[in-house]
Design a protein around this ligand. Structure first.
Ligand code: GDD
Ligand code: MG
Length: 370
């Protein structure tokens, strides 16, 4: 069975993390998100995948190649210009030969794909849309169904007064290739505002597949942190890289931890990372490869990518650091702060409340403090 993963978006809501890294490549517990997704598909019986990318195809190719390292066949196809969600699949229509899974590339879910496929076949559906309940559907595609689960209405980004259900499009579809005859070639066209509304008119069978499987859109800074915490506390299945050196403390390769450091799991520590004297790492936290955590630093709910140097006595809580940052002594970083890549933060700065620091920023000593 084949699948198409849509990975064309710019990831603007996740900036500054996506300034230098395409959204599907951002690490999730030290592994590129797209890699986790590909392995999940392979383990559920999908061994040929088309990545529909809009830009940076060579970056995807450099990391994923032809997929053989992951035990699957991978095609990386770049669009000549943004084609929209349905147009992107139309663009690779020649590679499809039967019912095909289509995935939004920014959703973390452990949905049972074989169960969804059985449901699609049983109902002789032409398009099956996985649905998930959410508290606020305004950021998503709202889907109404009749008693037989046939879709009766699809409303992308509904206004508050238009909300009639908490079920939304979860960004996983099974589509029969013949449906692509409704998608105009070589132009921008969306499933959400184009194909699905058209199929409601043509009355081809289109079903919803509601599920309570784990589901999060990783495309926003807070949900990016939440997903890490969910993975680490075991809410969603995930194979951590490294060996478990203590209760729920996983260490990859050659990390070095001072005997006086305190590590309280769930914590994942990358290869080559050094944790110095008296430092405290409280889970759920992830330290990327080759980080250096200075003496008496205190990290809790922190997600660090690789090559970060954290000074003495620094506090980091519920915040994300990209790659290659240097954080001066006694900085206090908390409450969803996001620091891009290659920043130099001088000593004793306070970075709080969702502050976003762009890549390459330099801050002097106590530049932001109170
Ligand atoms: N190749 C390609 N080309 N991919 C695209 C394009 C394009 O022109 N436009 C968007 N994508 C990819 C994005 O990278 C993302 O993985 C997926 O398609 C969905 O686009 P988003 O921009 O993330 O949409 P959204 O999050 O606002 O809404 C979508 O996802 C929700 C679930 O998370 C919609 O499908 C909603 O209906 C849905 O509820
Ligand atoms: Mg999205």
């Amino acid at each position: 069975m084949k699948a198409v993963i849509l990975v064309g978006g710019l990831g603007t809501r996740l900036r500054p993390l996506t300034c230098n890294t395409p959204k599907p490549m951002i690490p999730l517990v030290n592994q590129p998100f797209i890699e986790w997704m590909l392995l999940r598909l392979r383990d559920q019986g999908i061994d040929e995948v088309i990545l529909a990318v809009q830009y940076l195809a060579d970056r995807f190719y450099a990391i994923l190649g032809d997929g053989s390292r992951l035990g699957m066949k991978l095609h990386i196809v770049e669009e000549p210009e943004p084609r929209g969600t349905a147009g992107a699949v139309k663009n690779v229509e020649h590679l499809l030969d039967g019912p095909t899974f289509v995935f939004n590339g920014d959703v973390m879910t452990d949905l049972d794909l074989q169960a969804m496929l059985a449901y699609h076949r049983e109902r002789q559906s032409k398009i099956t849309i996985a649905l998930t309940p959410v508290e606020d559907p305004t950021q998503f595609g709202l889907v109404e169904m009749d008693a037989n689960h046939q879709v009766t209405r699809f409303l992308e980004k509904p206004r508050v007064e238009e909300i009639t259900t908490n079920l939304i499009n979860a960004g996983t579809y099974i589509i029969e290739p013949e449906m692509f005859r409704y998608v105009p070639p070589n132009q921008f066209y969306m499933f959400e505002r184009g194909l699905f509304p058209v199929v409601l008119q043509t009355r081809d069978p289109m079903y919803g597949f509601p599920s309570r499987a784990y589901w999060t859109d990783i495309g926003k800074p807070q949900t990016y942190l939440d997903v890490h915490h969910d993975i680490l506390i075991g809410k969603v299945k995930f194979d951590f890289h490294g060996h478990e050196i203590a209760n729920r403390v996983w260490v990859a390769g050659e990390a070095s931890i001072h005997p006086s450091a305190q590590i309280v799991g769930p914590v994942v520590i990358g290869d080559g990372t050094v944790v110095e004297r008296g430092a405290r790492i409280i889970g759920p936290s992830v330290l990327g490869p080759r980080c250096h955590i200075g003496p008496e630093a205190s990290l809790e709910g922190a997600v660090l990518w690789e090559n970060n140097v954290i000074g003495e006595g620094v506090t980091i809580r519920n915040s994300v650091l990209g790659r290659g940052n240097t954080i001066g002594a006694k900085c206090f970083i908390s409450d969803g702060a996001i620091i891009g890549d290659d920043c130099g933060i001088g000593p004793e700065n306070r970075l709080e409340r969702g502050i976003r620091i762009w890549p390459g920023t330099t801050l002097g000593e106590q530049a932001i403090s109170f």
